[in-house]
Write a protein that binds this ligand. Structure first.
Ligand code: NI
Length: 228
C-alpha cells in the first residue's frame, strides 16, 4: 500500500528543518550507508547521523509522525529506525532502482529491525526543483510521488524504488523505516480499510450495534496478525 499523508510537518517545522540543514559541513556522501546493490545506484548526500542537528531533527520528525492518526492506522508501528536526511542536487542528484535491506540497525551495535514500511517526508516544495521524483514499483506498475513540503508517503519496504535525477534546484527529504506489528502489507491494507470505513460509518451513524461488532472484528483480526 502506498499512502500519502498530508502536512505531517507544519510549515514552521519545515522551515526549522531547512534552516538546520543549510550548514554544508553536515553533509556526507550518501553511499556510506547503502548495501552492496544499493551502493551502485546511490548518488546523493546524507546528513551525518552523529550530529546534534540530526538528533534534534530526528526527534521532531518522530513526534510529528506520532501525531498523525493515519500513520498509526496504516503502519501499526512496532519499532521505528531513527529518521535520516538526504539531499539531491548538483552532481549528487539521483538514486537509481534499488531495494532497501530487509533488516537494518540504527548503529553498528544496535538491534536489528525488519524494514516492513518505508517513509519519506518531503522538505522541499516541488516548485523548487525539477526531477527528483520518488518512483515506487508496486503491483499496479510504477507510481511517481512528488509531494508538497511537509507531506509524507509510506510504501512497502519490499518494493523496488528510485529517486530520478534532480536537474534543477535541490530536493531535501527525511526518510526512515518502520518494523510493523503486522508484517504483511496485504494484512495491513485490510486493517487500514476496515479502520477507515469504521471511522466514516461512526461519523454517519454514531455508535450502533453493527459498528461495535465490526470494531470487534478489527481487533480480532489485529490480535490474529499482530506480533508485539
Ligand atoms: Ni531506498
Amino acid at each position: 500500500m502506498l499512502l500519502h499523508l498530508n502536512q505531517v510537518l507544519s510549515p514552521a517545522e519545515v522551515s526549522r528543518a531547512r534552516e538546520c540543514l543549510c550548514d554544508e559541513a553536515l553533509w556526507m556522501d550518501g553511499s556510506s550507508t547503502a548495501g552492496a546493490q544499493a551502493m551502485t545506484q546511490k548518488n546523493n548526500r546524507q546528513l551525518a547521523q552523529d550530529s546534534e542537528v540530526s538528533r534534534t531533527l530526528q526527534a521532531m520528525v518522530l513526534q510529528a509522525m506520532q501525531r498523525d492518526p493515519l500513520f498509526f492506522s496504516a503502519v501499526l508501528p512496532k519499532r521505528i529506525l531513527p529518521p535520516l536526511f538526504n539531499r539531491y542536487g548538483g552532481e549528487r542528484n539521483a538514486y537509481g532502482p534499488h531495494v532497501d535491506g530487509a533488516v537494518l540497525r540504527a548503529t553498528s551495535a544496535g538491534e536489528w529491525l525488519r524494514t516492513d514500511v518505508s517513509c519519506t517526508v518531503f522538505l522541499s516544495d516541488p516548485a523548487e526543483y525539477d526531477g527528483g521524483e520518488l518512483q515506487v514499483q508496486d503491483t499496479y506498475g510504477n507510481r511517481g510521488v512528488k509531494l508538497a513540503a511537509g507531506d509524507a508517503v509510506i510504501y512497502p519496504g519490499t518494493s523496488v524504488h528510485q529517486v530520478t535525477p534532480v536537474t534543477r534546484g535541490e530536493r531535501l527529504a527525511s526518510f526512515f523505516w518502520i518494523e510493523s506489528m503486522v508484517r504483511s502489507d496485504e494484512q495491513r491494507r485490510i486493517l487500514f480499510d476496515l479502520d477507515m470505513n469504521l471511522l466514516r460509518l461512526r461519523e454517519q451513524l454514531g455508535e450502533t450495534p453493527e459498528t461495535t461488532a465490526l470494531t470487534g472484528v478489527y481487533h480480532n483480526l489485529l490480535r490474529q496478525w499482530a506480533q508485539t
